[in-house]
Design a protein around this ligand. Structure first.
Ligand code: 13P
Length: 124
């Protein structure tokens, strides 16, 4: 399973905690991430993560490109709904391209937990 992991700044602690807590479920998966999110996950878990540019510098678009090509199976994107992002158009484009290609997209921890259960149950 090729999983993209992305978190806005105020959600990065939640993302790292989520991956650390569930490291076993993620260690056999292929992980991709925007720059800073990926760095923090790597440092906290030692998991191998393919890192792209930081979100505001094009990382969301790079991951969106992979989604469009059919190279990502699942996206966990912990968005910050309370803070304006300078690269909002890129964020919207990534959400849109997931919908275009019916790629499962979790934008909060509640849905991410459901994805995790699906991973454990090998539903995907
Ligand atoms: O901005 C982001 C997503 O829109 C995330 O980028 P970073 O992981 O580089 O902070």
């Amino acid at each position: 399973m090729r999983i993209a992991l992305i978190a806005h700044d105020k959600k990065k602690d939640d993302m790292v905690e989520f991956i650390v807590k569930n490291k076993k479920a993620f260690e056999n998966e292929e992980l991709f991430a925007t720059g800073t999110t990926g760095k923090l996950i790597q440092e906290a878990t030692g998991l191998k993560v393919h890192r792209f540019l930081s979100g505001p510098y094009g990382g969301d678009q790079q991951i969106g490109g992979l989604v469009a090509q059919g190279d990502i199976d699942m996206v966990i994107f912990l968005r910050d709904p309370l803070t304006a992002q300078p690269h909002e158009p890129d964020v919207t484009a990534l959400l849109r391209i997931c919908d275009v290609h019916s790629v499962p997209l979790a934008t909060n921890l509640g849905t991410a937990e459901l994805f995790l259960k699906s991973l454990r149950d090998k539903i995907f």
